[in-house]
Design a protein around this ligand. Structure first.
Ligand code: C2E
Ligand code: CA
Ligand code: CA
Length: 790
């Protein structure tokens, strides 16, 4: 080492040494820049051309370094260079460098590179020592064999290392290769120079024809220019190439970045490209991911698992490790002569969210946010499907709000909706988290109660719901009282399928309503029988009008003052094809509930008006009107039309109403009654005395007639209370200017009593049972033989 140091610092012109090093560095840099072109994908001629350029450049660099360094060497005596050997040294370098480079190209893999690199290293020493053969001095050269060996080894070693590094995966390592080659060149040269000792001998003469330093300078200058030129050309090419490559990849990146889909380029399982879309999806920057393993974002698949022609579902992980559902499809591409895979990533979150939202919309009631009928049915079916053991029991509750329809009709749908929302809120409060509450539609709700059928627990829940919904609601300044009826069925005892269970809960609900609403009923088998009968009756009732199964009978009414008839009350009869005569008490409530009372009532009115035309002109006909008929604001108009169509004068028609008609919406009913009054129609208060506040009604509307309920008449004259009531009513009627009729008069005693008390009219079996039209008409024409009919 010491020897080498002394050699370089004391025997050389350091300025020229620096030039030699610079030339060497440039040459080495050019070597690899050009060498890289040989490995690019291009026609073999071009590759060969690049290879030759590289070999010439490299050998020239080695050669020029050597000779500039020789010029820097100052042995302190005359020197010269033999022309032939100087040229031979360059040739030697070129041949060996060519051989080494050839090996590197032809023998892929590390060993080829190491061996090829070693040969290039040997080219340096071969050149050096051939070059030294051209060195003529006025004296003799003595060589230190060990140092010579070292110089050869250093050249071969560093040459080998340089080639080994030149192909390294990482750029930073690759960039070391030119420097290592430079070490090989400089190391060989200066070790070689320190191995030599020159002894002055004045007898020795520089052979003629040797080049002096001037000529050598010119030659080396040319070589240097050649190397520089080549280096610059290589540099320029490299830059151009890099720019083109960068522009190309930028274009590709831009293209990829405007893609909505996420794109990822992989080299095996290593991520080597990623677009903006995917960066956004993953919440990670490309710097973070590039060069990393695919498994950092895709844990359960490797690149070969992703199919080429068909999308698959997969899960990526974002920066926080959260899963992102995606669909993946792969495509092979070649980038820089290497097969890569492009993976297209389609983010599924938005789609899945939309699906969830659609599912939510399809399964929830938009107004209240509760589960809707569909979800409820699904839950109920699922309950049955998952029910295996007999121990798995649950309860179904069906709710029907009691006075909702009236509120909706009178205060408007806005109020109805607000009320339903509030009902939903209270129901949510009533249930436990594992119970399901749903709005099945309208004012119907349902609760699927989980956790067995502990009767006490179910009753507690039912009571709680009744209590919560029974409390008043304060909405927009209105105090609304609704309440609810509840029907309860238990699975599996009350039903083995959803349909059965729902049906039976519905029957129980029906029972609760029949019992007077505002209460709950558990399903009982007997309900089934009763309800079935009712259902079939309802069906029959719907068909009965069309099939003309209804008839009217008339019960004559006797005027006490004249002792003869002054009219009759029409009473409906249903002749059922199988069940025979069905009394009105059985089917009128059903007709009222189902709304059939509307058309039925109209039929009665029309028939009555037609029938009465066959009677003597002064006789009236009385018709019973149901409270439900008064809910229809067009009732008066309907009657007016019927009178006009049949031609019966209004004065010959009487309508009988009960307290129920005034109970529901007094103002509306009174308005209708006043309108009927203008048509000349007379109005009777039927079944008087049975209600609670009957007396007050009499003051609110000037009825034409009060009909004393038959329950009192029947008890007279023996029962003192009934007798007192009958007396009070007749007196009241007289004082208010209203006529009184005693209904249900069956005996002479009753007849005498009511007449004595001042009743104006008698009606009952004693006078006549209700009889068909023909009979009543005959009865009337017999009583009034000279009076014409209408
Ligand atoms: P209502 O208006 O009080 O009719 C009188 C009821 O008493 C009739 O029963 C009649 O047959 C019965 N009756 C009359 N005299 C006697 C008697 O001396 N003894 C006994 N035990 N009963 C007597 P019906 O025909 O069965 O009608 C029952 C109820 O059905 C009626 O009571 C009325 O509220 C209703 N109804 C009958 N026809 C119609 C109709 O066309 N429309 C409406 N809305 N209701 C009707
Ligand atoms: Ca009546
Ligand atoms: Ca009556």
């Amino acid at each position: 080492m010491n020897q080498l140091y002394t050699c370089v610092t004391q025997q050389h012109d350091l300025r020229l040494v620096a030039v030699a090093a610079l030339i060497c560095g440039l040459g080495c840099y050019a070597t690899f820049t050009i060498g890289r072109q040989v490995f690019r994908r291009q026609p073999w001629r071009e590759r060969l051309a690049w290879a030759l350029t590289g070999v010439i450049g490299t050998s020239s660099a080695i050669w020029a370094t050597h000779f500039i360094a020789m010029l820097a060497y100052e042995p302190g005596m005359a020197i010269g260079f033999a022309v032939g050997q100087t040229a031979a040294s360059l040739g030697m370098a070129a041949v060996l460098v060519g051989l080494g480079a050839g090996l590197v190209v032809m023998w892929p893999g590390l060993s080829g590179r190491l061996v090829g690199g070693a040969i290039i290293g040997l080219a340096i020493s071969a050149m050096h020592y051939t070059g030294m053969g051209a060195y003529a001095v006025q004296g003799s050269l003595a060589w230190d064999a060990a140092t010579v060996a070292w110089s050869i080894a250093v050249g071969a070693g560093f040459g080998s290392l340089a080639m080994g590094l030149a192909f390294h995966r990482r750029r930073a390592v690759r960039n070391l290769a030119p420097m290592v080659l430079m070490l090989a060149v400089c190391g060989t040269h200066f070790l070689g120079m320190s191995a030599v000792t020159i002894r002055f001998d004045p007898r020795v003469e520089i052979p003629g024809g040797s080049m002096d330093t001037t000529i050598l300078s010119i030659l080396t200058t040319n070589a240097v220019l050649l190397i520089l030129g080549l280096s610059l050309a290589a540099l320029h090419l490299w830059r151009l190439n890099r720019r083109r490559h960068e522009a190309e990849s930028q274009r590709l990146r831009d293209l990829a970045d405007i893609a909505v889909e996420g794109l990822m380029i992989c080299d095996g399982n290593t991520i080597c490209g990623i677009n903006h879309s995917l960066e956004r999806v993953l919440g990670r920057s490309s710097e973070d991911l590039l060069g990393g393993s695919l498994q950092r974002v895709l844990t359960d698949l490797s690149i070969s698992d992703i199919p080429r022609h068909q999308e698959i579902d997969a899960v990526l992980h974002d920066a926080a490790g959260l899963p992102i559902p995606v669909r993946l499809i792969a495509q092979s591409i070649v980038i820089k002569a290497k097969p890569h895979t492009v993976v297209a990533v389609r983010d599924q979150r938005e789609r899945l969210r939309a699906e969830v939202e659609m599912h939510r919309l399809a399964h929830h009631d938009a107004l209240t946010g509760l589960a809707n009928r569909r979800q409820f049915n699904e839950a109920l079916s699922a309950r049955f499907a998952s029910r295996r053991s007999g121990d798995d029991t649950f309860a179904l509750m069906l709710l029907d709000l009691d006075r909702f329809k009236t509120i909706n009709d009178t205060l408007g749908h806005g109020m109805g909706d607000a009320l339903l929302e509030r009902v939903a809120q209270r129901l949510r409060r009533a249930i436990r988290s594992d119970d399901l509450v749903a709005r099945l539609g309208g004012d119907e709700f349902a609760i699927l109660k989980a956790g067995g059928i502990d009767l006490a627990e179910i009753q507690v829940l039912a009571e709680r719901v009744l209590d919560l919904l029974g409390r008043p609601f304060l909405i927009d300044g209105h105090v609304l009282n609704i309440g609810t009826s509840i029907g309860i069925a238990l699975a599996p005892s009350d039903g083995l399928t959803s349909g059965q269970l729902m049906g039976n809960a519905d029957l129980a609900l029906y029972g609760a309503k029949e019992d007077g609403r505002g209460r709950y009923r558990m399903f009982e088998e007997s309900m089934n029988v009763r309800i079935q009968a009712r259902r079939s009756l309802e069906l029959d009732l719907r068909r009965a009008i069309a099939r003309q199964e209804f008839t009217l009978v008339y019960q004559p009414q006797l005027c006490v003052r004249t002792g003869t008839y002054d009219g009759a009350e029409a009473l409906i009869r249903w002749q059922h094809p199988e069940r025979g005569l069905i009394p009105p008490a059985e089917f009128i409530p059903l007709a009222e509930e189902t709304g059939l009372i509307g058309p039925l009532g109209e039929w009665v009115l029309r028939t009555v008006c037609t029938d009465a035309l066959t009677w003597p002109r002064h006789l009236t006909v009385a018709v019973n009107l149901s409270p439900v008929q008064f809910r229809d604001a067009r009732l008066a108009q309907t009657i007016r039309t019927i009178l006009a169509e049949t031609g019966l004068p209004g004065a010959r028609l009487e309508v009988e109403i009960t307290e129920g008609s005034l109970l529901q919406d007094e103002q509306k009913t009174l308005a209708i009654l006043r309108e009927l009054r203008t048509l000349g129609i007379r109005i009777s208060m039927d079944d008087f005395g049975t209600g609670y506040s009957s007396l007050s009604y009499l003051r609110r509307f000037p009825f034409d007639k009060i009909k004393i309920d038959q329950s009192f008449v029947r008890q007279t004259p023996d029962d003192h209370d009934s007798a007192a009531i009958v007396r009070a009513i007749t007196m009241l009627g007289a004082s208010l200017g209203m006529k009184t009729t005693a209904e249900g008069v069956e005996t002479d005693a009753q007849s005498r009593f009511v007449m004595d008390e001042g009743c104006d009219q008698l009606q009952g079996y004693l006078i006549s049972r209700p009889i068909p039209l023909a009979s009543v008409a005959a009865l009337f024409s017999e009583a009034f033989p000279c009076v014409q009919t209408a």
